[in-house]
Ligand binder design. Structure first.
Ligand SMILES: NC(=O)c1ccc[n+]([C@@H]2O[C@H](COP(=O)([O-])OP(=O)(O)OC[C@H]3O[C@@H](n4cnc5c(N)ncnc54)[C@H](O)[C@@H]3O)[C@@H](O)[C@H]2O)c1
Ligand SMILES: O=C(O)CC[C@@H](O)C(=O)O
Length: 527
């Protein structure tokens, strides 16, 4: 019988499901060392957010086939290390949506009406009504940053409470926002006009400290902010300072830069302008049952040799199909991610052109992988091989597929053309020997570049000295170049430059590069 280790508290219904096919050991509160010691015995690991599945744990997991995260965020799992080891990571992208949305609304009302402090005062024997006079949410403006699953439900309920809704989500169509009764605006407008601001976006390098001293200065001093998304999207030091100096009226936080919140955190010192909960967004009986069943079923299926429905890293295809298509799917996902970043988010249509041997295969997994790549800058681990098609449809992205079975320079190649309201961007790629990925053109400029984690792309005029100037700029910011290539259609015409970097591009460098004469546009791409 296979063995499953459950290392965080999981609802019994999930454990019962697993017990039908496996020996289930529940061992909560293990240290990393203890986990490393026992993990080689196990075929599956089931966790919530408490267990840190580090690279060292994964390296020791010689028998592990699947890691199941009973919840959405897989930020506590080293997913690239699991993928390299062929371990599937699955999650439950929707099981706790309602719980997190309702917690957000509860936090907003608690903050508006000082419920936690009033409750504590009454329990302490007091009866002070004046001190706890609150504000109404009716006819107030709620600014929602991130209008995905949770943000959408918050919008629906807040609208019913008579709130005016603004939203900022760079990856969402205006139509979808309008369906939810939200006016899609730029971030600065949302900051300036909102009475309440609520965060429902993923934490990424781009969204880290999105709320900081500078952005808080753009908000009304009467504004109140709610974060039930991820700690670190708000700069806590800046928030504390703003609350102390009256630049902001209140904050309700369920998530923190460090969890558990440090005993000495200055947030704990603040008064009723702050409401704090210990990451309870998903903690309802219903959500815990949902995520436990969702993830236990997937672990059970994988142990029985069946596909999983919410694999974050490896698609749940039959092994023989997967083996053949996997390198092309990786190519499609990389190109989707690249073209999405170039098109700048609001993609309305994606054309998938399959060439050569790719055109003769089942195209569905390739199209899905391209959509997963396209949506991953916006949705991160919430988009997977199962929901990518549906997510794209809900976001109003039309998919057009074309095939050409003739072979050109490569056995099979793929082109993705993404259209946004303002522009059309295209990228092509192919596989070399040993399934090595190559980007073979960008906006029809021929190149041959291996995709890397950090890349800088420029559109520029082909002229003497321009490459040297960009190299000097990167050097002056201490950024190391791994490789560089220029693609052009004619001498001294328009060209594209693709630079692979060893380090992420520091803040401010892109602005300097855009000032170089001859540079028409420049992009940071993280693959
Ligand atoms: N507190 C909790 O216990 C709890 C529970 C569940 C989820 N969460 C967190 O809530 C957040 C939202 O979850 P969800 O299920 O709604 O996710 P989702 O993927 O459905 O929605 C996220 C939305 O954010 C948008 N987005 C991405 N980058 C953005 C940016 N830079 N600016 C504005 N919008 C951006 C995306 O387009 C998407 O619409 C996540 O951070 C998730 O980890 C917390
Ligand atoms: O309580 C949990 O397991 C964390 C919930 C939430 O942050 C998630 O990512 O699903």
């Amino acid at each position: 019988m296979p063995k499953v280790l459950v290392s965080d508290p999981i609802e019994q219904v999930g454990l019962d499901l697993l017990a039908q096919v496996a020996q289930v050991d529940v061992k909560v509160g293990l240290s990393e060392e203890e986990l490393i010691k026992i993990i080689p015995e196990y075929d599956a690991l089931m966790i919530r957010s408490g267990t840190k599945v580090t690279k060292a744990v994964i390296e020791a997991a010689n028998q592990l086939k699947i890691i199941g995260r009973a919840g959405v965020g897989v930020d506590n799992v080293d997913v690239p290390a699991a993928t390299r080891k062929g371990i599937m990571v699955v999650n439950s992208p929707e099981g706790n949506t309602i719980a997190a949305a309702e917690h957000t609304l509860a936090m907003m009302l608690s903050l508006a009406r000082h419920i936690p402090d009033a409750n504590a005062a009454v329990k302490a024997g007091q009866w002070d009504r004046k001190r706890f006079t609150g504000v109404e949410v009716y006819k107030k403006t709620l600014g929602i940053i991130g209008l995905g699953k949770i943000g959408s439900h918050v919008a629906t309920v807040a609208r019913a409470m008579g709130m005016k809704l603004l939203a900022y989500d760079p990856y969402l169509s205006t139509e979808r926002a309008e369906q939810l009764g939200c006016r899609l605006v730029e971030l600065d407008v949302l900051f300036a006009e909102s009475d309440f601001i609520t965060l429902h976006l993923p934490k990424t390098p781009e969204t880290q400290h999105l709320i900081n001293a500078k952005t808080i200065a753009k908000m009304k001093p009467t504004a109140r902010i709610i974060n039930c998304a991820r700690g670190g999207i708000i700069d806590e030091a800046a928030l504390v300072e703003a609350l102390k100096t009256g630049k902001l009226a209140g904050a309700a936080l369920d998530v923190f830069e460090n969890e558990p919140l440090e005993a000495a955190s200055p947030l704990r010192e603040l008064g009723m302008e702050v409401v704090l909960t210990p990451h309870l967004g998903a903690s309802t009986e219903e959500a815990q049952v949902n995520v436990a069943i969702d993830v236990a079923e997937q672990i059970r299926d994988v142990l029985l040799g069946l596909p999983a429905r919410s694999a974050v890293n490896i698609p749940g295809l039959r092994p023989d199909v997967l083996e053949k298509l996997a390198p092309y799917m990786q190519l499609a996902e990389t190109l989707g991610n690249l073209v999405g970043q170039l098109a700048g988010g609001r993609v309305e249509s994606l054309e998938v052109r399959l060439q050569g041997e790719l055109a003769t295969n089942d195209s569905q997994p390739i199209v899905i992988a391209a959509l997963k790549g396209l949506l991953s800058p916006a949705l991160r681990e919430r988009v997977n091989y199962v929901n990518a098609g549906l997510e794209a449809k809900e976001r109003g992205i039309r998919v057009v597929e074309t095939r050409d079975e003739s072979q050109r320079d490569y056995a099979g190649s793929l082109t993705l053309i993404a259209k946004s309201p303002s522009e059309t961007r295209s990228v092509s790629g192919a596989l070399l020997a040993h399934s090595e990925l190559r980007i073979t053109s960008i906006d029809d400029f021929p190149i041959s570049v291996a995709p890397t984690r950090y890349m800088l792309l420029t559109l520029h005029r082909d002229m003497p000295g321009i490459i040297g100037k960009i190299g000097t700029q990167l050097g002056s910011f201490n950024v190391n170049i791994a490789s560089m290539q220029v693609g052009r259609k004619m001498v001294r015409g328009n060209a594209v430059m693709v630079i692979s970097l060893d380090d992420p591009l520091p803040e401010g460098l892109l602005e300097e590069i855009l000032k170089v004469p001859g540079i028409r546009d420049a992009y940071i791409v993280n693959l």
